[in-house]
Structure formats: structure tokens, C-alpha cells
Design a protein around this ligand. Structure first.
Ligand code: IVH
Length: 686
């Protein structure tokens, strides 16, 4: 028997988690942090582990997926899933509208405009408020039972009785005994891009598009795979309802669905004239690129359900709704050639040079081709007619060749064995999909590295655009990234079109970069596989660029999130003499090399609580390097000598600080003694 207080807490946790899930996935407005959510989830998981007999299939913990199924059972849809007739221009829309007017015998009626989500349709059945079964559309009459997979999709409410009141404060109305809602499962664009980047990095072929990937993810026999994908849901129509109690208009129904906890797309609008529909269409034609999911048009629906009933269905298409499609995002054009770009980390990136073609309002002349394997997998040949797509992704894609239009003149692509920018041999490491130019002095790599170095999130040098970076390289003023810090105002002024004011601004922006956080500096170095997250983790762990430089692969590998590939890349970066020199130059220029990591306990470090001041020139390191070393050991570096100063480190040509120290009786260390202090952590007797 499970204790009643345990049962109560379980119930409360589930309710809370359902509610926060709803805030996050439906309202898009969470009220607790991810960490707080995780803590609630952990508590529930632990309680359920102790009392497995109380685990219910609609518990929020059950979204992780289960072991593979044998296959999918067939589901017959009690009410078939319909298709939609398409219109492609305003005249066709107006013709549809006129016909509806005529059939209804009324002049004005409300229309609901919704976005047409580019995913796959599913039917979700609820019994007594609990998610009971989910099926794919299939052929509209029969689909597949994918219930365990749909349970893993965060937007699918598992229990619509979870809230006793709606977020707007209204009590939940009677929940019908059984109802079916329909909606679209989609793969978010951001998640899709991330998944493909991971696949490319792992040498696997990227997926073709978010829609097919959504379908593939939902039709997995192992629901744990589905659970690992960030699938989303929007619901938009009623299948059927038993036991009544639903609104009698589409607009009201959408509102009601949202109150019950279903994700309903926000891009909906209640219109009363074709003109309003037109402006809705125009608005979304422009705004759709900003959405994190694909939409391929709008759906216009007659609002009143009794009108819908009256208008009826012809074949598989209702007369009460129509899809107004956005202009085609795919076109066919010629693949003239395949060019190679040299990336910042030396990657040879193939790209398609296309016969210019207008795709959904933009001229496309180039498209990314990812890597050699991808070109081979798609069987693209130079001279082919190819399908080009500009679907949401900012960068156009080459989808496939039109094999039937081949003449035999087409040529297969071969990755060059020398870098097109510097002529040095290239390498393709075993197990990797990318080919690299390994010459660190390669000019193409350097221009990109410099752009990366000064970019936001790295050293963030405002006003240093591509043109200026190239001009500095061409003028021979910048040969490695650290040279940015030895630029003088006079040198900058020699550049074309550079005025006094811009030169001053640039010099200030460069100087401001010196105080960027350690993670930014590390990111700026452009080490292969070290993105911001990795850089931040390394900075947090080591708190010092010197320590990162000197770390072994084993030491690096101990940090969560740092795999062998990243560790190897960091070690090999700092093994190169040129890269070590750049680091020294940056340190010399006063760029941050050390950062006291906030959570790190510095109390046990040898210089903890000690303030040291450095004066004069040291022969083995710059002043800022010396100060960094002091901070690394837990001390602080002061700028003037006070009674609190533990030691004054005295180099050559010391200034008035030495007098001050003598006056206050502050002990001094010469360079040799200072080095011993750094090495041993204890000051030698002076
Ligand atoms: S209503 C007659 N609303 O488009 C009712 N469908 O081409 C048909 N779709 O199978 C469904 N977004 O998969 C409707 N807001 C939306 C939609 C939508 C996407 C899909 C759905 C349907 C297909 C019809």
C-alpha cells in the first residue's frame, strides 16, 4: 500500500509539471526556470522509482519513450481526414468565396485564417480527458497507431483535466467523454539545422527537409528515438466529439482547445471579408521566414460549424475550407559548377554555382553543398539540372538532380587535393566528412579567422567589417589576429576611406576587446570544434588560458561536454608554434588570459586574500601577464600601494610606488623572488 501523503504529492507533482509544460509549450510563457522544472521532474521520477505500481501512462515522466515495437497497428479513422483544395492567387480565392456565398445564400460570414503548417497530420483521441490514442493520417481513412511516440511529444497534452481552472481563470467546462482533435506534427527549423550539423560533423548524411524528418521521427519503432527529437504540435480541427460540450464555431473551438491545454498556433485571425484574408496572406508571405517551423500557405475556413455542415464535402475536399499556397519555394535550374570556399577552421566547403533562378521572390545563384559525401549521396554532377529549394532555411539548398534531363555531358565532382586559396595539400581525417586545409598561414583561412576573431561573442570589435579586415590584411598590417592590438591610429589612417573619427572609433573598439570575458577570448581563437558553449565550459573549469593551453587530452576529456574530438583539437591547436606565439602576443597586449571563475573556491589557493602590486618592467613577462598569474593563484593585483598591499613586485625602472612601499613598510620582491613565489606559492625570505 502506498501512503496517502505520497499519493497526494505524486498527484500534485504531476499537476504542476503538466501545468508548467503547458506554460512552456502552449502559452510560450514559462513561469519557472528550466532548472526548477528539472527539479520537479527529478522528484517525481524518484518517487515513481520507489513506487512503480503508481506510475500511470500519462505521467509527465513517461515522455521518454519505450523499447521498440514490432510494427504499427492499423487504425481506422472514425471520421476520415480530409484534404484541402488549393488556390494560388487572389482571383481563385475570390472565386471560392463567391461560390460559398452562393451556396450559403448569405453575403457575409466570418472566415478563420490559419497558417498551413508544413508537417504531418495526426489524430489524437481523448477518453475522459486522458490521451488515449494517436494515429497518423495515412490515406485519410486508415492510419498507423503511433500512441507511444506521440506521448513523447511535449506539446501533446496527456491529461486535459490536469488544470482545475484555465490560465484565464475560468473553470474548465465539462470534458466530453470522448473526442478526437487533429493537428500537425512538425520539426522546428532550429532543431533541424542543429540535428543536421551534428550529423554532418559525425560524417552522416544530413536529412533532406524538416517535414520528412518529422514524419521519420514520428514513425520510429523505438519511441526513445522520437523522444530525442524536438517535435512540435499545433492542433487545428475537431475529428469528432461524443458527449458534447464543444463550441460551435472554428474560432471558438480553437480558443477552447487552447484553454484545455493544446498548442494552438498564434498566427490565426478572424476575418470577415476576402480583403482581410488577402492582407493576412500578404503579411505571412513576408513574415513566415521568421517562424521556427515551416508553413506552406494559409488555410481559410468558414467559421460557423453549421455553415460547414451545410457546405459539405466533395470527394475528399471540404467546400468550407481552402488552402492558399505561398509561392513555390522550389525551382529547377542548372548546376553550372561546384566552387570551394575555405572556412575559418580550414574546412573546404563546396558550394553550388547555379544559373540564377527566382525562387519565391529571391534570386538564387549559389547554394550550400555541405561536403563531399553529401554531393555523392545526392548524386549531383556538374552540368546537371537540379531542384533548388529556399524553404525557410536562409541558405538555399540543392535538393536533387533531375536525372531524366541528363545528356551524358555531366561531370562528377572531385574534391581538390590542394587548397584553392593557398595551394597547399589538404587532408581529410579518417572518420570525418570534411576536408581541411591544414596550413595555418593560408590567406583564405586567415581572413575568415580574423572576421571570426572580431565578431560578436568573440572579441566583439564594433565597426570591423569584412571590408576593413581585408584591407588590413592586404596592407600587410595584420598578419595574425594578435596584430590587431599593435595597430596604431596612424597605420589605420593610411587605409582608403578611413577618416579621423572612424579611426578613433576603431581604436577604441579594439581596446574595449581586451576586457572581454575569457570564454570570448577562447572562442575568438577559432579552434576547430570549440564553439561558445565549449569555450564557456573550459573557461569556467580552468579559469586560465595558460592552463587550457597546457592541458592534456585526458584533463580536457574530464570536463562534461568535452569529447575526445574537441580535446584532440584543442591540444593540436596549442601544439602549433604559431598558435602559441599568437597567445603570447595577445597576453602581451593585455588581452584577458585569466578569469577568476565565480564558483571556484579560491580560499585554498596560495595567494588567497593577498594583494600584490607590480611596478617597473619585468624581463620574463609583461605586467599584465604577471597580474594574471597572481590572480590564478587566488591573489588580487592592485594598481597602487596601500597598507593592505602584501608585496610590491619590483622590476626595472620602478616608479614612485617603490617610495610609497618604503614609506608604508610594505615588503618588496625582486623578479627572481616573485617567480619563486609563483612557483612555490610561498614568498622567499627577503
Ligand atoms: S484543416 C479540411 N488546418 O494540410 C480540413 N489543415 O492539405 C483539413 N494542415 O492534411 C485540415 N495546417 O495536414 C488544416 N491549419 C491547418 C493546417 C492543415 C496544416 C495540413 C493537414 C492537412 C493538409 C491538407
Amino acid at each position: 500500500m502506498v501512503d496517502s501523503t505520497v499519493l497526494q504529492r505524486l498527484e500534485q507533482l504531476r499537476k504542476e509539471l503538466h501545468y508548467h509544460n503547458y506554460r512552456y509549450h502552449v502559452l510560450d510563457s514559462p513561469v519557472i526556470s528550466d532548472a526548477q522544472y528539472d527539479a520537479l521532474m527529478r522528484e517525481l521520477r524518484e518517487m515513481e522509482a520507489r513506487h512503480p505500481e503508481v506510475v500511470t501512462p500519462d505521467s509527465p515522466t513517461q515522455r521518454v519513450g519505450a523499447a521498440p515495437a514490432e510494427g504499427f497497428a492499423e487504425v481506422e479513422h472514425p471520421v476520415p481526414l480530409l484534404s484541402l483544395a488549393n488556390v494560388f492567387n487572389d482571383e481563385e480565392l475570390l472565386a471560392w468565396y463567391r461560390r460559398v456565398q452562393q451556396l450559403l445564400g448569405v453575403n457575409t460570414f466570418n472566415l478563420v485564417c490559419e497558417l498551413k503548417i508544413d508537417g504531418l497530420a495526426v489524430a489524437l483521441t481523448y477518453e475522459n480527458g486522458r490521451f488515449f490514442r494517436g494515429a497518423t493520417r495515412g490515406d485519410g481513412v486508415r492510419g498507423e497507431d503511433v500512441t507511444p511516440n506521440l506521448r513523447t511529444v511535449r506539446g501533446v497534452p496527456l491529461d486535459v483535466t490536469a488544470f482545475t481552472e484555465t490560465p484565464s481563470g475560468n473553470p474548465i467546462h465539462r470534458i466530453p467523454a470522448r473526442f478526437e482533435v487533429r493537428g500537425e506534427i512538425y520539426f522546428p527549423k532550429s532543431g533541424f539545422q542543429k540535428l543536421n550539423e551534428e550529423r554532418i560533423a559525425a560524417g552522416e548524411p544530413p536529412y533532406a527537409n524538416p517535414r520528412n524528418t518529422a514524419a521519420g521521427s514520428l514513425r520510429q519503432l523505438d519511441s526513445r528515438v522520437t523522444a530525442s527529437r524536438p517535435l512540435g504540435l499545433f492542433v487545428y480541427s475537431l475529428g469528432y466529439v461524443e458527449g458534447g460540450g464543444f463550441p460551435d464555431t472554428q474560432w471558438g473551438f480553437l480558443h477552447h482547445l487552447r484553454e484545455l491545454g493544446f498548442p494552438v498556433n498564434v498566427g490565426r485571425s478572424l476575418c470577415s471579408t476576402p480583403d482581410e484574408v488577402r492582407s493576412y496572406f500578404q503579411r505571412w508571405t513576408a513574415d513566415k521566414e521568421g517562424l521556427d517551423y515551416g508553413v506552406d500557405g494559409i488555410v481559410v475556413k468558414v467559421d460557423r460549424f453549421d455553415y460547414q455542415q451545410h457546405l459539405g464535402v466533395v470527394g475528399r475536399e471540404p467546400r468550407w475550407a481552402v488552402a492558399y499556397k505561398f509561392p513555390a519555394t522550389q525551382q529547377v535550374t542548372r548546376l553550372i559548377n561546384i566552387g570551394i570556399n575555405v572556412g575559418r577552421t580550414g574546412t573546404l566547403n563546396p558550394y553550388a554555382i547555379l544559373e540564377p533562378v527566382n525562387v519565391a521572390g529571391a534570386t538564387v545563384k549559389m547554394a550550400t553543398l555541405h561536403n563531399e559525401d553529401d554531393i555523392r549521396r545526392k548524386d549531383l554532377r556538374i552540368g546537371d539540372w537540379v531542384v533548388v529549394e529556399r524553404a525557410g532555411e536562409v541558405i538555399p539548398q540543392v535538393v536533387a538532380p533531375v536525372v531524366s534531363r541528363r545528356t551524358g555531358e555531366e561531370r562528377e565532382f572531385r574534391m581538390p587535393d590542394r587548397c584553392p586559396a593557398c595551394g597547399q595539400p589538404v587532408e581529410r581525417p579518417p572518420g570525418e566528412a570534411m576536408t581541411y586545409c591544414v596550413n595555418t598561414a593560408c590567406p583564405a583561412q586567415f581572413a575568415r579567422l580574423l572576421m571570426h576573431f572580431v565578431s560578436k561573442g568573440a572579441m566583439d570589435v564594433e565597426g570591423m567589417g569584412e571590408k576593413l579586415a581585408l584591407a588590413l590584411i592586404d596592407a600587410g598590417l595584420v598578419k595574425d589576429v594578435a596584430d590587431v592590438y599593435s595597430l596604431t591610429r596612424e597605420q589605420v589612417l593610411t587605409l582608403e576611406r578611413m577618416g579621423e573619427k572612424s579611426a578613433d572609433n576603431l581604436m577604441n573598439a579594439i581596446a574595449a576587446g581586451k576586457s572581454r570575458p575569457l570564454a570570448n577570448v577562447l572562442l575568438a581563437l577559432g579552434i576547430r570544434h570549440v564553439g561558445y558553449e565549449t569555450a564557456a565550459a573550459l573557461a569556467r573549469h580552468f579559469g586560465s588560458l595558460y592552463k587550457i593551453r597546457d592541458a592534456t587530452e585526458e584533463e580536457l576529456g574530464e570536463i562534461p561536454g568535452i569529447g575526445p574530438k574537441i580535446a584532440e583539437s584543442i591540444v593540436s591547436h596549442f601544439k602549433q608554434e604559431g598558435n602559441r606565439r599568437v597567445l603570447d602576443k595577445l597576453a602581451q597586449a593585455g588581452v584577458r588570459m585569466v578569469e577568476e571563475a565565480a564558483p571556484k573556491d579560491t580560499r585554498s589557493l596560495p595567494l588567497a586574500g593577498m594583494q600584490l602590486v607590480v611596478t617597473g618592467r619585468l624581463s620574463s613577462m609583461s605586467r599584465s601577464q604577471a597580474e594574471d598569474r597572481i590572480k590564478e593563484l587566488g591573489g588580487s593585483a592592485g594598481s597602487s600601494v596601500t597598507k593592505k598591499t602584501a608585496y610590491l613586485v619590483v622590476g626595472e625602472d620602478p616608479g614612485s610606488k617603490l617610495d610609497q612601499a618604503e614609506k608604508l613598510g610594505v615588503p618588496t620582491l625582486n623578479e627572481e623572488q616573485f617567480l619563486k613565489l609563483l612557483e612555490n606559492g610561498v614568498a622567499p625570505e627577503s
